[in-house]
Unconditional design. Sequence first.
Length: 265
Amino acid sequence: MRKLFALIAVCGLLCFGTTFETKAQAPAPATTQAKAKSLTVDPVEQAAAQSEAGQSLHSQIKQKFIEGGPGFMASILACLIFGLALCIERIIYLNMATSDTKKLLANVESALDKGGIEEAKAVCRDTRGPVASIFYQGLDRHSEGLDVVEKSIVSYGGIQAGLLEKGLSWIALFIALGPMLGFLGTVIGMIVAFDAIEVAGDISPTLVARGIKIALITTVFGLVVAMILQVFYNYFLAKIESIISSMEDASISLMDLLVKFNLKK
């Protein structure tokens, strides 16, 4: 899983770096110069608006990314890439951890009736998922008594729950870090805008609007990153809660099976 996470993160960074470099080196689209009808209209802003009118959504996003500044925008993008890499790894792991506990219990019960503890252990060994691992640990200590089996199930269940929640703290970090970087970029952008006003010695609406627009782009991208990762984070919490609930129910059913097995001996 670590190799998968690293591969996804590196591929994402390389793909974005190539796209960013191509966009930066591409020649600007040719635009016709319009006659200035008003002194308040900035020719640069007017040309940018005309060029954006014929661009696709992907091109507009890249353009806004460049306008927001490569430093903070690259940091926000890194949060998204690493966060999505962790999300993909958790999706794969949690889906593999999901199993049919009713079918497993039926197989274990059948194995206990036919071949005893060793046969049931073989069934658990051949079944993937945390529930089968917990069953195996409990069955392996059956000879020490039901009290030891119960303690073993509780202890190993905590270990499996920790493995299910692995990586969620990093996803939560990227959820918080994305907007923080966006707000930081906005504050710094506002400072730069006011410095430009101070140097110009005049409060031009065009100058102020341009500086504020560039400053707020970082906040928008940071909030988008947080919203995307938050959806995955809540899904993981619900999935883990469901798996843990099934683990607890299955563990109780296993103890009942072992009690019945002991009474038949």
